[in-house]
Design a protein around this ligand. Structure first.
Ligand SMILES: C[S@@+](CC[C@H](N)C(=O)[O-])C[C@H]1O[C@@H](n2cnc3c(N)ncnc32)[C@H](O)[C@@H]1O
Ligand code: SF4
Length: 440
């Protein structure tokens, strides 16, 4: 396939270079005109660390979490005082519900500070207790996303989730408890797990269709080299050649009962999206250790060291430690990727974002996407075709894999803190070295 052999390698290189941050002192993002932006809040704690996961997450400890949440609320106040007006919030992790009262206090601050229209939170099935569900509802959470990955007990064991996060029967009972309490109730699933046969995937699809979930996000398994090594020992070898077949099965089984909201997110009927990566405003601010922001064409990364994060906030310093100003062309490519991931990119939106410069600068890319049948253009704008949805699954995976590689380097940076639980304030590896690696 042309796009697997030509477009993807090109795209992979471009995404890696977008993650090559400049080292040196960094000023935090300033509000765009009007201050509107989307807020992402990162909670990096989990009770058990799954072997396939490349997100910034650490083992939960009471004292560490208490210190972290305090700093997090202070950081949110800093953005409020700087003039940001967040219109929506997504709390992701790690596991945001690992300390429910701390989460509720943080949401109370956010709701009291900003006109947030929607509040989305990620959780694990074992946290769906009556108390936590009530607390989330009382905190204004309208969208809840539950990480299931698979309903297959064998795969859950391999993923080391069976004991702590629940087996098939327990997960289904917990989802039932949350039925009709959120709009939507989303389940996160993974396809192309090494030992996931077509039959297991079909059973997972049947179970999703019969479950209390009114939305499902089906991610292809994405890795980085380091995670792949750990994962292979525990879960088997990844075979990327099955992605096309498995994705085809997902599309044909979920529709028509579910409607695609993005290339890998589907809602029962025509429900709304709960995908953290399509922020309508375009600009988003990430708070918390290991989060990313994108404001005014500049990408920022916040320190991955939990100790440095709390110390910096306590000293009144910005928690962002790296930045990378994207060229106008890079901004257009990045925003197009996210926008079309949500299936449509309208001329009106493009005009608001870029005026008439998009048509000139992105002429070659749009012509190539149309010529391979990935995108069609109508009077309102561009739309992803079914072929395009598959290409976007590959491109978004390539993009997240380069983010995963960056996270991996950052984990090396804070090795002592993560592995030995040491109270190291400064990084074990200089940021400049990480920047050089990322450029390779
Ligand atoms: C980072 S987790 C946070 C929420 C919660 N801790 C959980 O496990 O669902 C959000 C989702 O990311 C997805 N995810 C994590 N690692 C992944 C990987 N290597 N490839 C694809 N999806 C992954 C899982 O579906 C997971 O539910
Ligand atoms: S998948 Fe979820 S629970 Fe597992 S380590 Fe990643 S963030 Fe934590």
């Amino acid at each position: 396939m042309l796009y697997e052999r030509v477009i993807l390698p090109f795209f992979r290189r471009a995404s890696r270079s977008a993650m090559a941050f400049d080292a040196g002192p960094v000023e935090p993002p300033v509000p765009p005109p009007g201050g509107a932006a989307f807020l992402y809040v990162h909670i990096p704690f989990c009770r058990v660390l799954c072997p396939f996961c490349s997100f910034h997450r650490v083992q939960y400890r009471d004292a560490k979490a208490a210190r972290y949440f305090k700093a997090l609320r202070r950081e949110i106040e800093t953005y409020r005082d700087a003039g940001f007006r967040f219109n929506g919030v997504y709390v992701g992790g790690g596991t945001p519900t690992v300390a429910p009262r701390e989460l509720a206090a943080t949401l109370e601050l956010i709701r009291g500070s900003f006109p947030v229209g929607e509040i989305s939170v990620e959780t694990n099935p074992n946290d769906l207790t009556p108390e936590v569900i009530d607390l989330l509802e009382a905190s204004g959470v309208n969208r809840l996303s539950v990480g299931v990955q698979s309903f297959d007990d064998g795969l859950l064991r391999e993923m080391e989730r069976y004991e702590k996060y629940g087996n098939r029967t327990e997960i289904l009972a917990n989802l039932e408890r949350a039925r009709d309490r959120f709009d939507p109730l989303n389940v996160d699933m993974i396809f192309n797990l090494p030992h996931q046969t077509p039959e297991i995937l079909e059973r997972d699809l049947d179970t999703v269709l019969d479950s209390a979930a009114d939305q499902v996000s089906f991610y292809p398994l994405m890795t980085s080299d380091e995670v792949r090594r750990k994962m292979t020992a525990r879960m088997g070898r990844l075979d990327r050649r099955r992605v096309r077949e498995y994705y085809g099965r997902i599309l044909s089984r979920l529709r028509p009962e579910f409607t695609a909201q993005s290339a890998w997110c589907f809602s029962r009927g025509r429900g709304a999206v709960v995908d953290e990566y399509i922020a309508d405003a375009g600009d988003y601010v990430g708070v918390g250790s290991g989060s990313f922001s994108y404001v005014g064409g500049v990408m920022y990364a916040t320190t991955f060291s939990l100790n440095a994060y709390s110390d910096r906030i306590a000293r009144g310093q910005p928690a962002v430690t790296q930045r990378r100003a994207l060229t106008l062309h890079e901004q257009m490519r990045y925003e197009m990727l996210l926008r079309l991931f949500g299936l449509r990119m309208d001329h009106d939106w493009l005009n608001r974002r870029f005026g008439d410069r998009f048509a000139r600068l992105m002429f070659a890319e749009m012509a190539a996407l149309k010529s391979i049948g990935a995108v069609v253009e109508d009077e309102l704008g561009y739309a992803l075709t079914e072929r395009g949805m598959y290409l976007w699954v590959l491109m978004m995976s390539a993009f997240f894999e380069s983010v995963n590689v960056f996270r991996e380097k950052m984990r090396l940076h804070i090795h002592a803190e993560l592995e030995r639980d040491e109270d190291v304030e400064e990084a074990a590896v200089a940021l400049e070295r990480i920047t050089r690696w990322a450029r390779r």
